[in-house]
Design a binder for this molecule. Structure first.
Ligand code: ADP
Ligand code: MG
Length: 561
């Protein structure tokens, strides 16, 4: 029998399409914040976002009436006619995100528009539960709890928290790369993963993909009407074993497209090795009528009306960027000094000098050229947290604990790939409950576990941990062991080398000196030496380690410039 579905059911189905998981809730909410003109957006999630997502912005906010309208289906302030659809410059326009989210979760919306009272609206499964006047600063905070609490069948399809959480993190990374002028803060289960003030793209790339060797990346800057291409790509030789280091934005929207990856890789030509993929952050701009971003409910796929034009532009932009890099190298060799960054010969088709200005800036900020000679001089320890140091160009403030963690991580990586982590036997073995899946993983990855310094015996329902990496404090053994198992389980979703890095960075984190403990001058000097030795300037989680104050800028401040 064919029958018309009740409205209620139709809505729930539609809601499920917009709400594909915690990541899509975060995506929609952050996009709304950006559409509202926010230049600071804080995101916090717990349990992978399945139980708690908070997005707070300093955008223009909403009045009580606007909030109540915004949670209705098909309400939007962004377009009013079909024509508008073709000239949108906001992220949203369908007017279905908020209404879908409130249908399938418990939502608190706190908002204040300048000149109006602040308001707090609580909605559960689409029903408004309370509306209150509240004190608040201008902007909007939305808290989403228990996604799909009222649709158990859908809730079952949410992925485990660690995967949902990772997908949210990846979503945040796209915002970090795509919106450099916005301050983003991202907190996951109480840990600040990103605190990113407005900065240039290369700094953001360093946060998101420290492995891409950002300071060796090559700037792409190409324009051939009607297409503009901008961004950074990795030098030949710096590859990843999959394409997860590639980010594309079309007219500022992040898009997923293996077609674009393919165009990019064409530009590398012969220099690209088989099975290896460049890192890249590529911004493509073209007239709105040449692209259709509207083909997917979450607007992440694109269709080009003329893919050949895009293909040609990307390939050429990459080729030109790569060849200018080679010229630059020659220039350096000739004079023997790294300072003399030559600018590639001007070609009429692409704009450029600015290119090397930024690269050079970045190099001088992050990568001391002669490592041992230019080591900064230790000056002072501040608040048992920061090290003040000095080099020719200015003052450096180094986050000791983050730096220490990074150094540990580098050592562990060396050790791991060398001979495996040094392992020590526990006087009292530690027993942990074993479920079938983890048993299977322990069996399958015994060799890896040993490389991580773990010796484990399988008893009936338990693991007996007999030896652990020597650097790991005993208190953390259980936690880290579980983390490792969890990560190895992830292998289905990620490359093993990435998991190894993740595990090592967790180990480094657990083993590093805790914030608040005393730092001696010796510790400080050692950390400076080591971060310069390894040439690393962000912590394993991507937070920066060094804040630089150039004398140039200080002079300018005091009017001596
Ligand atoms: P869309 O973004 O497609 O318009 P949404 O359902 O995401 O639809 O949002 C509906 C409306 O609610 C928006 O058009 C906007 O007017 C308002 N809105 C949502 N989030 C915010 C926010 N963080 N700040 C200000 N206004 C918002
Ligand atoms: Mg929206």
């Amino acid at each position: 029998m064919i029958r018309r579905l009740p409205e209620e059911v139709v809505r729930k189905i539609a809601a499920g399409e917009v709400v594909a998981g915690a990541f899509s809730v975060v995506k929609e909410l952050v996009e709304n914040s950006l559409d509202a003109g926010a230049n600071r957006v804080e995101v916090e999630i717990k349990n992978g976002g399945k139980s708690y997502i908070k997005v707070k912005d300093n955008g223009h906010g909403m009045t009580k009436e606007e909030v109540l309208l915004a949670i209705q289906p098909h309400t939007t302030s962004k377009i009013s006619s079909v024509e508008d659809l073709y000239r949108i410059d906001t992220y949203g326009f369908r007017g279905e995100a908020l209404s879908s989210i409130v249908k399938v979760s418990r939502v608190t919306i706190l908002s204040k528009k300048a000149g109006y009272d602040g308001v707090e609206v609580v909605v559960e499964g689409g029903n408004v539960v309370s509306v209150k006047k509240v004190e608040a600063g201008t902007g909007t905070t939305i808290i989403v709890r228990d996604i799909f609490f009222n649709i158990p069948a859908r809730r079952k399809f949410l992925k485990p928290a660690y995967i949902e959480g990772r997908m949210v993190t990846e979503q945040i990374q796209k915002f970090l790369l795509g919106k450099c002028d916005v301050h983003f803060v991202f907190v996951k289960d109480g840990e600040v993963l990103y605190n990113a003030p407005p900065s240039d793209l290369l700094t953001r790339i360093a946060m998101v993909m420290p492995d891409a060797k950002p300071r060796e990346m090559i700037k792409v800057n190409y324009e051939k009407t009607p297409v503009k291409i901008n961004g950074f790509i990795s030098s030949p030789g710096i590859w990843k074993r999959n394409r997860t280091g590639q980010f594309f934005f079309v007219n500022k929207r992040p898009v997923l497209s293996s077609e674009l990856s393919y165009f990019l890789e064409l530009g590398y030509g012969e220099s690209k090795e088989k099975g290896k993929y460049p890192y890249a952050v590529v911004m493509i701009e073209l007239p709105p009528d040449m692209v259709d971003v509207n083909v997917h409910p979450q607007k992440i796929e694109v269709k080009f009306t003329d893919p050949e034009i895009v293909k040609d532009a990307i390939r050429r932009s990459v080729k030109i960027a790569l060849s200018s890099k080679i010229e630059r190298k020659l220039e350096i060799n000739k004079t023997g000094k790294i300072q003399s960054y030559g600018v590639a010969k001007t070609r009429s088709v692409f704009k450029e000098p600015a290119v090397f200005e930024t690269t050079k800036e970045f190099v001088s900020h992050l990568s001391p050229s002669e490592i041992s000679e230019n080591l900064p001089k230790f000056l002072l320890i501040l608040k048992d947290r920061y090290i003040l140091a000095e080099d020719e160009e200015g003052l450096l403030i180094i986050d000791y604990h983050a730096a220490h963690e990074r150094v540990l991580y580098e050592r562990l990586k060396e050790e791991f790939f060398d001979d495996g982590l040094r392992s020590g036997h526990l006087m009292f073995p530690i027993n942990l409950p074993a479920d079938p899946v983890s048993k299977d993983i322990v069996n399958r990855y015994r060799e890896h576990l040993e490389k991580f310094g773990f010796e484990v015996e399988l008893k009936e329902e338990e693991f007996e941990i007999k030896a652990v990496p020597v650097i790991l404090p005993v208190d953390f053994v259980g936690e880290v062991f579980k983390e490792i198992i969890e990560n190895l389980r992830l292998e289905r979703f990620k490359e093993l080398p990435e998991i190894i890095q993740k595990i090592l960075s967790d180990l480094a984190c657990k083993s590093a000196v805790r914030t608040g403990s005393r730092i001696t001058e010796e510790d400080a000097k050692e950390v400076i030496r080591e971060i310069y030795k390894y040439g690393v300037f962000s912590c394993p989680h991507g937070r920066p380690l060094v804040y630089r104050l150039n004398y140039k800028d200080i002079d300018r401040f005091f009017g001596r410039g």
